[in-house]
Design a protein around this ligand. Sequence first.
Ligand code: NIG
Ligand code: FE
Length: 407
Amino acid sequence: VLIDNIGLLVTNDPDAGSGDLGERVGAAVAIDEAGTVAWIGAAGSAPEATSGGRIDAGGRCVIPGFVDAHTHLVFAGDRAGEFTARLQGRPYEAGGIRSTVDATRKASGADLLARTRHLAREALRAGTTTLEVKSGYGLTVADERKQLRVANAVEAPSLPRVVPTFLGAHVVPWEYEGRADDYVALVTGEMLDACAPLAAGCDVFCERGAFNADQARAVLAAGRQRGLDVRIHANQLETGPGAAIAAELEAASADHLTHVTDADIDGLATAGVVATLLPAAELCTRSPHAPAGRLLDAGATVALATDCNPGTSYTTSMPFVIALACLGMDMTPADALAAATVGGARALRRDDVGRLKPGLRGDLVVLDAPHYVHLAYRPGVLLTHAVVKDGHLAFTAGGGPGGEKSA
Ligand code: NIG
Ligand code: FE
């Protein structure tokens, strides 16, 4: 497929264009039958006609597909009641997770798959082509496996590719109340044995009310021993040991980082841990925002993600997260776009997505806008004109192949 007549193309490849985003004015991208970017050049100058058709971008801006590196997409039920109570002043507590655990345990695999596909379709339509999906609402060997099987089954040509993460250590389930160490022994033993083959990463919620520093270290060590990338929910509700553990273990990412010290920031930057920031969770729990500017100034790689989950952040929209990052965290539109694409790819340790370059995945979004600044400038507006994943037209706003509606 050839995407031609691109007004402004963001490649995230500084060698291919101007600035850190490798921007090119008046461009075209060809994607081969294997779904790989084959060629990038000037508009109207493609080397040969392509059999897979031509998409006329009509002068619009084209960006790499978003890489949403932190979601809890597999769950049943919702927590609108808890949300309403928070609007009336109740604080967010980690314990709310257990009500979603109850609903998710009761749901069948087929029901969970249908719900997860629905959310994945939402994400795709907003421009997400790679999606990390965590377990963590099962908390038994069988139920964690059920969630991961669903995560692995979601992907389809018109849905985002999924990177599954094991989060058996999300909270201590009620049946282990007062016996957290026994639950950690289950997670690091039998549960990881059963779940590691279905996952690429291992995560832990290190927070008061969830898992302490020693328990978090044990979970991540056991995950790493089974070949999983390690990541950590760190410093979400208060300052704590999570960010320092991420640095000590050279984790792939430390996520949330709402309450971090300067020493935490330096440690993450020095250790090369990606700081995955989740401003929609902060908005919906009325928390302060993570210090994106200080992290960037310290030289850390920043990713932006939705944290989509029924408790703290029930959104699948990366454009909404970019708008929040610019308007609430003072990130520049260019830094926010990089964080939502190549930053997310780094958090997932994937070098085949998040950039547009020959040899990498043919994942891109044709924005219904002349410039990516519009992602922040037009908050809450669906700005996707078309989404291409692996060279396949997965969504188009105006109907046509893969379209969700016709004009
Ligand atoms: O990332 N912090 C832990 N996990 C989720 C919340 C999950 C829930 O409340 O159901 C988060 O915010
Ligand atoms: Fe989370």
